[in-house]
Design a protein around this ligand. Sequence first.
Ligand SMILES: NC(=O)C1=CN([C@@H]2O[C@H](COP(=O)(O)OP(=O)(O)OC[C@H]3O[C@@H](n4cnc5c(N)ncnc54)[C@H](OP(=O)(O)O)[C@@H]3O)[C@@H](O)[C@H]2O)C=CC1
Ligand SMILES: O=C(O)C1=N[C@H](C(=O)O)C[C@H](O)C1
Length: 264
Amino acid sequence: MKVAVMGVAGRMGQELVRAAHAAGCGIVGGVEREGSPVIGSDIGLVSGLPPLGVPVTSDAIDVISRCDGILDFTTPKATVEFAGLAANARAVHVIGTTGLSAEDEAQIAAAARHAPIIKAGNMSLGVNLLVALARRVAEALDEDFDIEIVEMHHRDKVDAPSGTALMLGAAAAEGRGIDLGKRAVRARDGHTGPRQRGDIGFATLRGGSVVGDHRVIFAGAGERVELVHVAGDRSIFARGAVKALQWGYGKAPGLYSMSDVLGL
Ligand SMILES: NC(=O)C1=CN([C@@H]2O[C@H](COP(=O)(O)OP(=O)(O)OC[C@H]3O[C@@H](n4cnc5c(N)ncnc54)[C@H](OP(=O)(O)O)[C@@H]3O)[C@@H](O)[C@H]2O)C=CC1
Ligand SMILES: O=C(O)C1=N[C@H](C(=O)O)C[C@H](O)C1
């Protein structure tokens, strides 16, 4: 399978090259934005591998036209642009980018009418299992149990709450049969008054080099159930993304999730 990595020099871009290479994919391109100091460098060397004979480029149109699928962990603006290009080329698009707006999501859904897109705020097996468990626990426990989601990430993360926290919140809301959009409390400050029964709260911590910690708390009177995932390194996300790409190859156009890929 011929694969290209968008944002190839980023934290995830480098992991994706290593994971795709380890999985035996042919890496035919790596894209960074115009003016990036890594343009022209070998993508193997950029990713801590031996040279692969493929230079980093800013020409996304050329790269996408030559590959079967793209791995994209970049920014919302770039991802929306790549979704249009991958749709035109009928290439599989694996989207790990988080912080997407409702408008971005709509444009991605439109692109998925022409090519398969697999999108998830977290591509690790463990988190996707946690999402299924959060849905199940929320279904089993009623609103006597308050749901709070706590996440911590490295100091350079730019979006909050994390994509994973929002996936966990959506699953818990689904389990409870409520609309997350109406019941999410994404931050608290000052004299907030008491907690509203049925709300789903989010708390965001940022610092150091934390790869990604998530905790879903079901707090009742006198007892508490907690579901926790701790990411030890980024290779878990990259391996999931490569698995998604291989799964998506040959699939009909559509918007798929990691739970489709993993059969959860
Ligand atoms: N779904 C999942 O499992 C995971 C999702 N993520 C998400 O992935 C995204 C990236 O995270 P991370 O790797 O840490 O971030 P980085 O900032 O390290 O990497 C993003 C890369 O994309 C590049 N980029 C930005 N715009 C373009 C463009 N138009 N064309 C080509 N390249 C571009 C950036 O370049 P420049 O520095 O010049 O801007 C950078 O090299 C985030 O949204 C994060 O939340 C992260 C981990 C797991
Ligand atoms: O930006 C990150 O680093 C991560 N982003 C994803 C998210 O927003 O949940 C996944 C992972 O937790 C790491």
